[in-house]
Design a protein around this ligand. Structure first.
Ligand code: NAD
Ligand code: AKB
Length: 315
């Protein structure tokens, strides 16, 4: 059997850094090629494996690299997220859609064994049921980011149905991590708050106190991603992205969790344009399809995540 060789695009981002390191543990450094538009991110620099500066929308350069490195799998993480996307909608559409369509085409041409492409809770909109949002429901996204994610899911399903391409996807909730910074999303407040709590014992949230959103610790997201990708093909019953859930909390609740460790931490609220985006998203997600199809299970709740975040950021 041909040895798997994985290309990660967008490897310097919040997810990319941790996914690259985790896949290098699972396979080997040489089997996991990291790439991004930016210079190599610091956590990847310490000799952990090969790195290329690569524009995910430059199909010629991507195709050349796939050939040169005999790539068998692609993880396409390059994207503009919800808040940045609203500032430059056409650019977000171009990056998010063109990179995906080109990778799907390349997947068929080069007979790639697997492709991973993440979707988001941003596919849902104001007409979607807000609590325990089901896997299949009304989907009318309000942001260009959400539109690109939902269109992308349909394209993934199309390439699987039409060409048998093994492309898999998850609708991540907001992700919280300490190794790398978030890249311009609406859920970024839930990372910033830990940094500010340790530095200044105070944080001003750009979302209002009772805005509940689905959230997940990065450790769970990385493990879930690898479990989805390693699952036998017959367990993947949805070729649209799977809902994935761990916890749901508001700015007021995360602040209370931090106050258990830093009692004099204080939070204030100054909602900005991201409030409307958050208000259009679900408060909580029903991920029973992922739990029954490929046995997804989260490990971190708000208190466990808060203890781990503060411990690692303090270092
Ligand atoms: P991020 O913004 O932190 O990282 C994205 C990376 O893509 C950056 O390093 C950026 O330099 C790179 N990039 C942008 N344009 C590029 C291009 N043209 N060519 C190559 N690289 C390019 O984002 P992230 O949080 O790591 O998200 C990764 C994926 O996961 C995205 O598709 C995002 O929509 C999805 N997602 C993330 C979250 C989250 O909370 N982090 C939630 C849901 C879905
Ligand atoms: C964002 O806020 O844009 C992302 C996401 C939930 O897709 N974190």
């Amino acid at each position: 059997m041909k040895q798997e060789k994985i290309l990660i695009m967008g490897a310097c981002g919040q997810i990319g850094v941790e996914l690259t390191l985790a896949l290098r543990q699972q396979y080997s450094n040489a089997q996991v090629i990291a790439s991004d538009l930016r210079d190599e991110a610091h956590p990847l620099l310490e000799g952990s494996g090969p790195y290329y500066k690569l524009d995910a929308t430059d199909i010629k350069a991507v195709a050349e690299l796939v050939q040169k490195e005999s790539i068998t799998q692609i993880y396409l993480l390059a994207a503009l997220l919800s808040a940045t996307g609203e500032k430059m909608p056409m650019k977000a559409w171009e990056i998010n859609m063109n990179s995906l369509l080109q990778v799907l085409e390349l997947g068929v041409e080069q007979k790639l064994t697997k492709i991973y492409w993440p979707s988001s809770i941003a596919v849902f909109g104001t007409t979607t049921p807000k609590n325990d949002t089901p896997q299949k429901t009304i989907v009318e996204p309000t942001t260009v980011y959400g539109i690109s994610k939902y269109a992308g899911e349909l394209w993934c399903q199309y390439y699987h149905r039409r060409w048998g391409l093994d492309v898999r996807s998850l609708r991540y909730p907001g992700l919280i991590s300490w190794k790398s910074a978030p890249g311009g999303g609406t859920t970024d407040y839930a990372v910033e708050i830990y940094h500010e709590a340790l530095k200044h014992k105070a944080y001003t949230s750009f979302l209002s106190e009772n805005t509940y959103l689905p959230m997940m610790y990065m450790d769970d997201a990385i493990r879930g991603t690898i479990e989805l990708m390693e699952a036998p093909e017959d367990q993947i019953r949805s070729r649209m992205a799977y809902n994935l859930s761990a916890m749901s909390f508001s700015p007021k609740e995360i602040a209370a969790a931090i106050q258990k460790h830093i009692p004099d931490f204080s939070i204030s609220y100054a909602p900005d344009f991201r409030q409307a985006i958050a208000d259009s998203w679900p408060s909580s997600i029903d991920d029973s399809a992922a739990r029954s199809d490929w046995h997804w299970k989260h490990e971190f709740d708000l208190d466990k995540m808060t203890a781990d975040m503060l411990k690692n950021l303090e270092k």
